[in-house]
Design a protein around this ligand. Sequence first.
Ligand code: KMH
Ligand code: ZN
Length: 313
Amino acid sequence: MSSKGEVVIVSCAVTGAMHVPAQTPHLPVTPEQIAAAAVGAAGAGAAILHLHARDPEDGRPTADPEVFARFLPEIAAGCDAVINLSTGGGQGMPMDRRLAAVRRFAPELCSLNMGSLNFGTFPLLRNLTEFVHDWERPYIEETRDYVFKNTFADIEAIVAGVGALGTRFELECYDVGHLYTVAHFLEAGVLKPPLFLQAVMGVLGGIAAEATNLMHMKAVADRLFGDDYLLSVIGAGRHQTRLATQSALLGGHVRVGLEDSIYLERGRLAETNAQQVEKIVRILRELSMEPASPAEARRMLALKGAGATAIAA
Ligand code: KMH
Ligand code: ZN
């Protein structure tokens, strides 16, 4: 693994497509809220902002580039963080829609999900009984029968679709097998190092958020990629801080944010994305590590620079 050990890239995933407004009143939903949350997270130490869009009226996940256009310039004007757009979109979105915002804005980074998987949020319904909008309950319920589709053809389509834009990838790996899919595409010359692996741990349907599983993911990645990769980790839900800390201790990087966990600590909702970033930055500093600046993250990930995107600040 390529690592400086003491400089840790902190990504913040601001809103996502997994949570619904009924779970927390603090989920950024409108363009104004998303922009403010993203700039706040950057101010707290996030070098990378992973972004989804939501319908400003009802908070439903959307991939409409017009909605992205209402917050991306604000974010670019408000901070220097790397903008990383999702190509995962939201449940059931066709590939064309998932790719639309990346095609339009040519960001420095976009997500690339390295395999199809069952992606279940339905156990939430055991405790969540009151909803803000009509779409929320069925959206969660339908994950009993939902496959997050990322076939080999889908992966090829995304790489081909954005390759000419110079956009690089956050390679989201939800299980060990996805690392071998990355290796396949590396060997085929489709993906180029340095690889930015994002181990996604704790999604129902993917690998569980257990310390020994992260050790195994890293051991396999070390064998497959040697010094050609950087490891970052998402611990979903209550696992966020402990998996992030473990990743940093192993020489890796971290992703936090309300997309993947709505909590700040046990039983306490995070009120902002910045609070989660501040918390992990505090822990890193206690361990004699520093959050990477956006410039350091750009160097480490060989990114093209904000000036080469189509996001006008
Ligand atoms: N929230 C992660 C578990 C994407 O945006 O492409 C999934 C994710 C996918 O971040
Ligand atoms: Zn995402």
